[in-house]
Design a binder for this molecule. Structure first.
Ligand code: ZN
Length: 411
């Protein structure tokens, strides 16, 4: 999606604020001699920002307003080294709640709903975001926080909670407990807002079926407000994101060049109105694509596809970047195949080869099946893999994380 003139004006406001505050990014801009941008081409020349920049600014180096305007900080969980501290102004907090309320509305949640929030409250952005958005919408919140399944189920019944906000793994755990106790018919749940993890279609189907609810995917990251910058709609055809608050581009993580709509790559986000810690061209390392065309729901907000992993999952083969999600999408177009697959990459006789193992049942011509899958991969991604078809049940299975990509080149 090309950046609009309106978005460019907003970016210029952020550039001025960053330079004035002498933030890490302001300094980057000064070094590059950039004071403002006029065109989409200028925008594409702006330097990227990275998590390491944010870490280097610890604790409050990202602050882009005078301290008296900061009302809150959040922190992203630092798996390695220092965490990242994000300062928020009152406007940032309000904007985030507005975006989040929009997410609930997109999911069909109203002020008559009762929203049970099982995400964590505290430094992390999840719980408080779900809370503020639901309050803004006027719904009744049940702020449970994580864990204590016994109490969750009790409140769910007594409060007649109609919306469950949870991670996919916790939603699955609750679904299993509900089934075990046989209390499903005592519940009033109708929707689930599920955030922050990558989850497969199987898990989604299971949660949806066992709880009897519609599920919505919410997207966001602490560096950019938190969850709530986008959500899937009832047609479940990608995640609508709020392009009046964020500008999203998809780049090739190797060449760093922007990719056209429809192509898979890394999500890069620019905040358009954030005050406390504006970010420009922030590399998320999340993989997705912008879905071209209009959604059947009629919403004008653009769409990201479901998050297809991290840039670390990228495979470079014969000079082409491939993401497991792309292969998965192609395989899903063949109803004869099961949902299981395995990708193996190896280096043989000086050449990279990809083998894709898929499963089908005995009524299908295996050779013909393999040819059709290979042809589709060739036409979509640009190289021909070796496709091996096996009987259903032969590929390894596990409920949690099945390792689907095996790169033998580095073993
Ligand atoms: Zn839609």
């Amino acid at each position: 999606m090309e950046i609009s003139q309106e978005q460019i004006n907003l970016v210029n406001n952020r550039i001025h604020a960053l330079v004035k505050a002498e933030s890490f990014y302001g300094k980057k801009l000064e070094e590059a001699g950039i004071e403002s941008i006029a065109t989409a081409e200028d925008f594409r020349k702006l330097p990227f920002s990275e998590k390491s920049d944010l870490r280097d600014a610890y604790p409050l180096g990202l602050m882009t307003v005078p301290e008296e305007e900061v009302v809150r900080i959040h922190s992203s969980s630092g798996t390695t080294g220092l965490p990242v501290i994000i300062p928020y102004t009152q406007k940032d907090v309000d904007d985030w709640a507005t975006m989040f309320a929009r997410c609930y509305a997109m999911a069909g949640v109203t002020n008559k709903d009762r929203v049970q929030i099982t995400a964590g409250y505290g430094l992390w952005t999840a719980g408080i975001g779900f809370q503020a958005g639901a309050e803004k919408l006027g719904a009744m919140t049940v702020p449970m926080g994580p864990g204590n399944t016994e109490k969750q189920l009790q409140m769910m019944q007594d409060m007649k909670s109609s919306v469950l906000c949870a991670t996919s793994s916790y939603a699955l755990l609750l679904a299993e407990e509900i089934q075990k106790r046989g209390v499903a018919d005592k519940l009033y749940l109708r929707k689930g807002i599920i955030g922050s993890e990558r989850w497969g279609q199987k898990m989604r189907d299971r949660i949806s079926k066992e709880l009897g609810i519609e599920l919505y995917d919410i997207y966001g990251l602490t560096e950019i407000y938190g969850p709530g910058i986008g959500i899937s709609c009832k047609y479940d055809k990608g995640i609508h994101y709020w392009d009046d608050y964020v500008y999203i581009e998809i780049i090739d993580p190797e060449t760093l060049q922007p990719l056209p709509d429809g192509e898979w790559g890394e999500i890069v986000i620019t905040t358009l109105v954030k005050e406390g810690a504006p970010l420009i061209r922030y590399r998320t390392h999340d993989i997705s694509r912008i879905i071209p065309g209009e959604c059947p729901c009629g919403s004008k907000y653009p769409r990201l596809d479901v998050i297809g992993g991290r840039t670390d999952d990228m495979i470079k083969i014969k000079g082409v970047n491939v993401f497991p999600k792309q292969i998965e999408e192609i395989l899903q177009e063949f109803p004869e195949l099961s949902s299981e697959y395995q990708i193996r990459i190896s280096h043989l006789d000086g050449k990279d080869t990809m083998r894709i193992y898929v499963e089908t049942n005995g009524t299908v011509d295996f050779l013909d099946m393999a040819r059709r899958v290979a042809a589709k991969v060739k036409s979509r991604i640009g190289f021909t893999p070796l496709v091996k078809v096996v009987e259903i049940g032969l590929l390894p299975r596990s409920m949690k994380k099945t390792k689907r990509v095996i790169d033998e080149r580095y073993e």
